[in-house]
Design a protein around this ligand. Structure first.
Ligand code: FES
Length: 153
């Protein structure tokens, strides 16, 4: 952790730890700043929020949106919620995992892409839905998935 980040982290902790239910907004802000939430920050976070380390870590790992490892250069999110399941998202999940040779929550060995699950983009009528670096795609089939992956690999 750089000195500058150290001060920034302390400022953020000072700000959010005084807010009611400030832990989740704090995690969002920290992830926005760093791209992930380093596990080594947990003792400092727990003490600032007056929680046990297990509680601070439990909240962090409960939500699928929080990451404790740095992500790859690109982020592919695939919706696994009900409407997308009904539209066959399992086929594109299988295809993505096969092409990338990684599972959800992992990053390719070359650091090019991280694969993450999502539970609804609000694009249910056009499922299966995926997002690549924040851009949403609907009605994704295995061919479209292969093309999307080929565009960044
Ligand atoms: S269920 Fe997949 S976008 Fe809503």
């Amino acid at each position: 952790m750089t000195k500058q980040m150290d001060q920034k982290l302390l400022d953020m902790l000072a700000f959010f730890s005084t807010k009611p239910n400030g832990l989740i907004p704090f995690y969002h802000k920290l992830q926005e700043e760093l791209g992930y939430i380093p596990k080594e920050f947990i003792p400092q976070i727990a003490s600032s929020f007056n929680l046990s380390q297990a509680e601070a870590y439990g909240v962090l790992t409960f939500y699928a949106d929080f990451r404790t490892e740095p992500t790859g250069k690109n982020i592919l999110k695939i919706c696994r919620a009900e409407a997308c399941q009904a539209n066959g998202c399992h086929k594109i999940i299988t295809k993505a995992k096969e092409v990338l040779d990684i599972d959800f929550g992992q990053t390719t060995a070359d650091g090019k892409l991280t694969l993450l699950p999502t539970y609804c983009f609000g694009n249910c009528a056009n499922g299966p839905s995926v997002s690549l670096n924040g851009r949403l795609y609907g009605r994704v089939n295995t061919q479209k998935m292969e093309k999307l992956l080929a565009s960044i690999l």
